[in-house]
Design a protein around this ligand. Structure first.
Ligand SMILES: [Zn+2]
Length: 365
């Protein structure tokens, strides 16, 4: 990366603006001017994920105001800082940021959920979007708690998954897994693969990890990353497949990492006695999951939904990614210029890519 030149925060940039359902436009918008406590960063790389695809299809999401700037995973270089920014931030620093920040004591009253230690449930959480652009403004709250400096010799692609990997670390931290448990992960997309990586890192070789997906190529990656079994559950009975693979038709922990009603139903049916369904994939509010309460009670089945991340998870994610402990190169399967965002969105839908890196074109580059 070339060092950032002295930056004039004037002029326009070609950025992705989401207007509604399946309506994203590349438009010339003003390069933001960093206000008090804010930082302006050049986006060196961005990454597109399934949430972006969902937002694009739904035309709405709690994380984003529409119409508005789009994209939430990026790594870049500070080009300008606003008045009053902490002295540790300066132009030229390589950085990565999460896409949100919970409320802060410095700004006034801390919300009830944050006081309970549930920062991912912050009642005043502030989201940030605009990664699909040459420059992104980082709000002051994010600068304070969820912006991290990256060593200059670490390529930005290595840390661009800070936010999604933090979500997985958050969940791994909260789910109780015993050393010899059987763990089933529904979905071998990028998030399901991050689960395999994070569980192996945390628990070593003991837990039996089974990945389920409908794509053999993804299951092969899951096995390469440490899953004991990769089972194609497209045809056939999943319980029978599990019985054949691990000697039991269910598991102690079943992680739904797809984000669909049908896979939640399937996941619940795979939870064994004393086990836990982890609802990790997000489903838009509406659908309901029928639960046999007797089964739930007498078998002590838990349902544990886990959303988003906390600043501690983001920090841990950055640390592991910077240290090269996460083989991100196995997940990056395409690189496109930002101008091909629509094509990238289609590739997510077609599942022909695990993760696509988007590279903005910089007039100053
Ligand atoms: Zn809060």
């Amino acid at each position: 990366m070339t060092p950032a030149p002295a930056f004039q925060t004037r002029g326009l940039m070609r950025a992705a603006v989401l207007y509604g359902t399946e309506d994203v436009r590349m438009e010339d918008v003003p390069i933001p001017l960093p206000g008090p406590g804010e930082v302006l960063a050049r986006v060196d790389v961005a990454s597109i994920d399934f949430t972006d695809r969902k937002v694009y299809l739904r035309g709405q999401h709690p994380m984003i105001k529409i119409p508005g700037l789009f994209g939430h995973e990026w790594a870049g270089t500070i080009v300008a800082v606003g008045p009053g920014v902490e002295a540790r931030w300066r132009p030229g620093q390589r950085v990565v940021a999460a896409n949100s920040a919970p409320c802060l004591a410095e700004e006034g009253a801390v919300c009830r959920q944050c006081r309970r230690g549930r920062q991912s449930m912050c009642e005043d959480i502030q989201y940030n979007n605009g990664a699909f652009a040459p420059y992104i403004l980082v709000p002051s709250r994010l600068v304070r708690v969820n912006l991290h400096e990256i060593p200059a010799d670490v390529p930005p692609e290595r840390v661009v998954f800070t936010e999604p990997y933090a979500c997985v670390l958050h969940a791994v931290r909260r789910v109780a897994i015993q050393p010899r448990d059987a763990v089933v992960i529904l979905g071998a997309g990028p998030m399901g693969l991050f689960w395999v990586i994070a569980l192996r890192r945390r628990y070593g070789p003991d837990p039996v990890i089974v990945s389920l997906d409908h794509q053999d190529d993804r299951l092969a990656v899951a096995r390469a990353l440490g899953a004991n079994h990769g089972l194609n559950s497209k045809d056939g009975n999943t319980r029978d497949m599990l019985q054949a693979a691990i000697g039991r038709p269910d598991a102690d922990v079943v992680i739904e990492s797809v984000g669909a009603l049908e896979t939640h139903r399937e996941a619940l049916g795979l939870v064994g006695r004393g086990g836990t369904l982890v609802s990790f994939g997000g489903v838009a509010p509406g659908p309901t999951l029928p639960v046999d309460i007797g089964h739930l009670h007498y078998e002590e089945i838990s349902i544990q939904p886990i959303y988003h991340h906390t600043p501690a998870d983001v920090a841990q994610s950055v640390q592991q990614l910077v240290a090269g402990q996460v083989p991100v190169e196995r997940l990056i399967t395409a690189r496109l210029p930002l101008s091909e965002l629509r094509r990238a969105l289609q590739m997510v839908a077609d599942r022909t890519t695990l993760r696509t890196i988007l590279i903005p074109e910089h007039q100053d580059a």
